[in-house]
Design a binder for this molecule. Structure first.
Ligand code: AFP
Length: 327
């Protein structure tokens, strides 16, 4: 018998509105199923690509499609989401028009890690749905600051669920036997500064000068402030941010000149940067484009990309100074 606090009891004790609790429990149940499917993917044949590409023009992994189906079906059968939008779907879906919340997700972040046995994640943003107003894709174009809740699942050696309803950030761990999440670290506080950074350095030549000089700053030997930093880049945004949330440091994917069709970096605002930004900021960290808070960007498109610097306030503030060329 596990005497830890279970997820549903934690949400009840923290006064979370019932409808929001239902949405988060639906997300957690879908995450449990995705975790199970990942563990058996080598046997079930859910490895490799479908051969198709998604709205981002990226090769779709079989587990991307399965994770997306699991989340969409979970919210469809639970009837607790007005609309759902996903990295794997060009257009959002209207499910239960009278439901008070809509859900946006990256069903399987870092999916290129599945076939090599690396860790992957799911990212979920919960928005308040307009009541009585026409539900449309435009109603999902809401600033991150307005999110009702956010959570991510990190599928690594153990499966972790990190969530916030705006009252701090809390860490749960999946008990694979009972398939329930239990609170293992309430009120997570990110260290004010760290020793690691996560970025795709192989692309550094495409970074604009401010971002390039920030990498040089992190790598410069300076004993007085613990430099050089170490690199920890897993290929999975969720896993890298999970490490940084617990140990400090910074993850960044700046704007780069690699692909003129993608001048604003790679990560998507509504279902990657905004929810991860809420979770890190609720833990005392920072999430910035380099020029300003992620949470204050007014979205214009469902699959919009933005530059991102996220992690300990010390490193993100220094990155902003390099972006502003004031350092
Ligand atoms: P996938 O989900 O397509 O594997 O992309 C993963 C990701 O969105 C994020 O998790 C990684 O940090 C980043 O992209 C990796 O991108 P690069 O391969 O360009 O470094």
């Amino acid at each position: 018998m596990n005497d830890r606090t279970g997820l549903s009891r934690f949400l009840a004790d923290s006064g979370t509105p019932q409808e929001l609790t239902r949405v988060l429990l639906t997300a957690a149940a879908a995450g449990t199923r995705i975790s199970r499917e990942l563990r058996r993917s080598g046997i079930s044949g859910e490895t490799g690509s479908t051969g198709g590409t998604n709205v981002q023009g990226e090769l779709v992994k079989k587990m991307d499609t399965l994770a997306n189906q699991i989340l969409v079906e979970a919210f469809r059968s639970a009837g607790d989401a007005a609309m759902v939008a996903s990295e794997e779907m060009e257009e959002p879906l209207i499910l239960a028009p009278d439901a008070p919340y809509s859900v946006l997700f990256d069903p399987l972040d870092g999916s290129s890690n599945v076939d090599i046995g690396g860790s992957v994640g799911s990212i979920i943003s919960v928005q308040r749905a307009p009541r009585g107003a026409e539900l449309s894709r435009e109603s999902l174009l809401q600033k991150g600051a307005g999110q009702a809740a956010a959570c991510y699942l990190n599928y690594g050696p153990s499966t972790a669920l990190v969530l916030s309803v705006g009252l701090g950030t809390h860490l749960f761990c999946l008990d694979p036997d009972g398939e329930d999440f239990f609170l293992t670290l309430p009120s997570v506080r990110i260290p004010g500064r760290g020793r690691v950074y996560a970025t795709n350095e192989g692309q550094r030549t495409y970074y604009h000068p401010g971002a390039r000089r920030f990498v040089e700053y992190l790598q410069a030997p300076e004993k007085s402030d613990g430099r050089p930093y170490s690199t920890r880049y897993s290929g999975c945004f969720v896993t890298d941010v999970h490490r940084i949330l617990l140990e400090g440091g910074i993850y960044f994917y700046p704007a780069d000149s690699r692909d003129p069709k993608r001048p604003h970096g790679k990560l998507r605002l509504l279902y990657e940067c905004a929810p991860m930004g809420m979770l890190v900021e609720q833990a005392g960290g920072k999430a910035s484009t380099g020029k300003g808070p992620i949470s204050e960007i007014q979205p214009t498109e469902i699959h919009q990309r933005v530059p991102l610097y996220i992690g300990s306030p010390h490193e993100v503030s220094i990155a902003e100074e390099f972006e502003a060329e004031s350092r």
